[in-house]
Design a protein around this ligand. Structure first.
Ligand SMILES: [Co+2]
Length: 204
């Protein structure tokens, strides 16, 4: 590893570089009191895929809310307080038995942070970003999601300010479940669209 002018090795992990930047800014008194801590809380606690799971569960159980979510995703998520950076313009994509929606950001890794949380590592990989566009059925299969051959897969590429979330089909066997129970089976992968909510065998 060679050292740069700042003394930081070129191959330093991102966390080390972030910390070095933080210390440099802090020494110049450029970071307001509590600023970094407040963002740490936002990223580690507030931005949680459980938020999206609650939105989905509400849409599954409340037709008026479902209509709002599909018409104005931003407003529907704001009813829960799920707002903030990367959530300024939310569009919910409705799965049906005939259509499966999947999200990608082919340019980088944009996701709907307030509703989905931060993107998983694989979502940021070149491989996912390139391949899910070309061969979505195969990529989903490799991720454990095999769809019926006649299900159409629609891949949505995140553009500009639009941040998507997938509204999956409510699984059979959940007819008498509460909203809280329903939210339990909606994962981050379900909200991205590479997985579908699974009903555990024991409760079915
Ligand atoms: Co992006």
């Amino acid at each position: 590893m060679s050292a740069t002018a700042t003394g930081i090795p070129e191959q330093a992990p991102a966390s080390d570089r972030a910390w070095a930047l933080f210390k440099a800014l802090d020494q110049k008194n450029l970071i307001p009191q509590g600023y970094a801590e407040s963002w740490k809380k936002v990223f580690e606690i507030d931005f949680d895929p459980k938020n999206g799971a609650r939105v989905v569960a509400r849409a599954w159980t409340d037709p008026a809310y479902r209509d709002l979510l599909l018409r104005d995703g931003t407003a529907a998520c704001a009813q829960f307080g799920y707002t903030g950076p990367q959530g300024e313009y939310i569009v919910a994509l409705e799965d049906t038995p005939a259509i499966k929606n999947v999200i990608v950001c082919s340019l980088c890794s944009c996701t709907n942070w307030p509703v989905l949380g931060l993107p998983p590592e694989w979502y940021k990989s070149f491989e996912y970003r390139a391949r899910v566009v070309r061969e979505p059925r195969k990529v989903l299969e490799e991720m454990g999601t095999t769809l019926p051959a006649d299900t159409e897969i629609r891949v949505y590429d995140t553009t500009a300010e639009t941040r998507y979330m997938v509204l999956p089909v409510r699984p059979d066997g959940t007819e008498d479940w509460t909203e809280e129970q329903l939210a339990e089976i909606v994962t981050k992968d379900c909200l991205i669209g590479v997985a579908v909510p699974q009903v555990p065998a024991t409760t079915n």
